[in-house]
Ligand binder design. Structure first.
Ligand SMILES: Cc1cc2nc3c(=O)[nH]c(=O)nc-3n(C[C@H](O)[C@H](O)[C@H](O)COP(=O)(O)O)c2cc1C
Length: 222
């Protein structure tokens, strides 16, 4: 697949077929993805792949936490969004809920949708990306961003879909319990990965982008 086609074809997949992803395939994807650039070639990524029983346990643990009212607490938290950023977040939710047939006032269905994220969107595999806490958080997180996108693009070649998300690791103690990722590692982000279920309504979403004119400032004549 041409690189431009891959970048344009990638989208967040929030519904998967149950078919497992062969370990060798995941290994090949990661072998390619570790060619990503990183600050001074520090390669800060520590990659934990979860499938099978371990993933089931994490799912169950996350849902128990959510249902018992524990506030999600990602280790790399973002501030509440304001202005344009908030609007884009709201627009995304409106589009997803419309596709999924979830009414604004339907608290039960909304909660079920949120739970889906905590379940790694029922994907057969998850990839957790962590960095050592001794590293400068900002640069390390940038490097994780680079490898995350590379994983998602590489996955396309194997017919796989992905969803970068923080919901899966919003209860870090659950993930640590079943993976033994030590406290000395900062869990930055995770990726749900598997074969897309193209009949799943949310997978039909085509998110919009601000036109390039609105986000680029040009200098010079080139
Ligand atoms: C750092 C990061 C965190 C994200 N967290 C979530 C998440 O927790 N739940 C979710 O459904 N999508 C999550 N997403 C996916 C974004 O919503 C998605 O990338 C965005 O809406 C653009 O859509 P697209 O990926 O289909 O192009 C996350 C994406 C990134 C890059």
């Amino acid at each position: 697949m041409d690189i431009i086609d891959a970048i344009r074809a990638r989208k967040s997949i929030r519904g998967y077929k149950p078919d497992p992803v062969p370990k060798e395939m995941l290994r090949e994807i990661l072998e390619t993805a570790i060619r990503s650039p990183s600050t001074m070639n520090t390669q800060p990524w520590e990659i934990t792949v979860v499938t099978g029983e371990v993933l089931k346990n994490i799912r169950r643990g996350n849902i128990e936490m959510f249902n018992s009212g524990v506030k999600p607490h990602a280790e790399v938290a973002y501030k509440p969004f304001e202005g344009n950023y908030r609007q884009r977040q709201v627009d995304l939710a409106i589009q997803l809920f419309k596709l999924m047939g979830i009414a604004r006032e339907d608290k039960e269905k909304r909660a079920e949708w949120t739970q889906r994220g905590f379940r790694f969107f029922d994907a057969p595999a998850g990839i957790i990306l962590s960095v050592d806490r001794s590293l400068g958080e900002l640069m390390a997180v940038m490097d994780i961003g680079a490898i995350a996108q590379t994983i998602c693009l590489t996955a396309l070649k194997y017919g796989l879909g992905t969803c970068i998300n923080d919901q899966g690791i919003m209860f870090p103690e659950v993930v640590r319990k079943f993976t033994h990722i030590p406290d000395s590692k900062l869990m930055v982000i995770c990726i749900a990965i598997g074969y897309p279920n193209w009949d799943f309504p949310a997978n039909k979403l085509e998110t919009s982008r601000e036109p390039v004119e609105n986000v680029v400032t040009w200098f010079g004549d080139a």
